[in-house]
Every structure is written in C-alpha cells, then in structure tokens.
Design a binder for this molecule. Structure first.
Ligand SMILES: *[C@@H]1O[C@H](CO)[C@@H](O)[C@H](O)[C@H]1NC(C)=O
Ligand SMILES: *[C@@H]1O[C@H](CO)[C@@H](O)[C@H](O)[C@H]1NC(C)=O
Length: 186
C-alpha cells in the first residue's frame, strides 16, 4: 500500500516535471530568441539598445513564433517602414519651413532615399536567400544614414530635428546586420 502510493507520487512528479519542461521549452523557443539575440547584440554592438531591440520586435506578434530567418525578415521590414517614414517626416518639416538648415535637410532626404533603395534591394536579396547580398546592401544603407548625420556634424548644425528618426533607423539597420551575420555564421 505504502509502496504503491509512493510509486504513484513518483510517477506524478515525473509527469509534472515533463509538463513543466514542455511548457517552458515552448516559451523559450518562441519568446526568448528575441531577448537572447537582443542581449547579445546590445553587448557586441554599441549602437544597439536592448530595450529598443526587444520592443521593436514585440510590436510584431509574428516575432513570437519566428526563428532567426523570420526575425531577419521582420527587422528588414521595420527598416523599410522607418526609412519610408523619414522621407515623409523631412518633407513635413521642410513644408513647415521652421527648421533652418534647409540645404542639409534636403541632402539628408536624398541620402535617406538612397538608404531606402538599398533596403528594398536587401529585402529582394533576402527573399532570394542571398544573405551576403543582404549584408552588402544593408551595409550600404547604413552608410547613407551615417552620411546624413556627418553632414550636420561637419556643418556645425544642430542634429536634433532628425536625431530620433536617425537613431531609430540606424539601430534597426544594425539589428538587421547582426541577424544576417548570425545566419551567415550558422
Ligand atoms: C547569444 O550568444 C551566445 C554566446 O555567444 C550564443 O551561444 C547564442 O547562440 C547567441 N544567441 C543568439 C540568439 O544570438
Ligand atoms: C521606427 O522604428 C521604431 C522602432 O521599431 C518605432 O518605434 C517607430 O515607431 C518606427 N517609426 C515608423 C514611422 O515606423
């Protein structure tokens, strides 16, 4: 009698253990690849902020069930949206006419539009499984974005009208680059 009770209790403990393991396993696979990647990336890349990285992905429910490839697609798509938005944003401050460095803003508009073209080509490369191409074109996009800021800095112009937009896109591109490097490593 005693023996059978302890047998049942051992069995139930094992069952309980398996259920917990299975549950946690599911959560780790689906949810925490984002956190783990963002943690790694924020340590290895000074431009990437952990909270920014996690919240960018969490805005897209698909990221919960995505592997490294899915996350790369999501991050390139975020770059596309952000780069598109920056064009509209600069257009609106130019129309506003309040921001003085018009010439610098116009130049940046060109740079961001070149960045957008590169991100579009990178997305095509990703769809064609050409991950070296993704790396190449996202790197080019990154250079265009950086060029905008350098223009302001060298001209001694206050960058604050574009800082947030610039920093968002710059980080998103770095996140894409980190993910693509991870794909190429695997
Ligand atoms: C994070 O870094 C560790 C240690 O380098 C590595 O083993 C792991 O695969 C990385 N995870 C992700 C999701 O990048
Ligand atoms: C740009 O990306 C950041 C981070 O994902 C996000 O907070 C912001 O809303 C995006 N902007 C647009 C217009 O998509």
């Amino acid at each position: 009698m005693n023996q059978s009770i302890s047998l049942i209790s051992v069995f139930s403990s094992i069952l309980h253990f398996l259920v917990v393991l299975n549950f946690c396993g599911g959560v780790i696979v689906n949810g925490d690849i984002v956190r783990e990647f963002c943690k790694n990336q924020s340590i290895s890349d000074v431009y990437v902020n952990y909270d920014f990285c996690v919240s960018s992905f969490e805005a897209n429910p698909l990221s919960k069930t995505s592997d490294i490839y899915g996350l790369t697609a999501i991050s390139i798509d975020l770059c596309l949206k952000n780069a598109t938005y920056i064009g509209t944003y600069i257009d609106s401050i130019l129309k506003d006419g309040k921001e003085e460095p018009i010439q610098y803003l116009k130049e940046c508009m060109e740079f961001y539009s070149s960045a957008l073209e590169d991100v579009q080509v990178a997305m095509k490369a990703f769809n064609g499984k050409d991950y070296n191409g993704v790396l190449e074109f996202m790197t080019d996009a990154n250079i265009w974005v950086k060029t905008c800021k350098i223009g302001f800095t060298e001209g001694g112009i206050d960058f604050s009208p574009l800082r947030k937009q610039h920093d968002d896109l710059y980080q998103l591109i770095h996140i894409s680059l980190g993910l693509t490097a991870k794909i190429l490593e695997s």
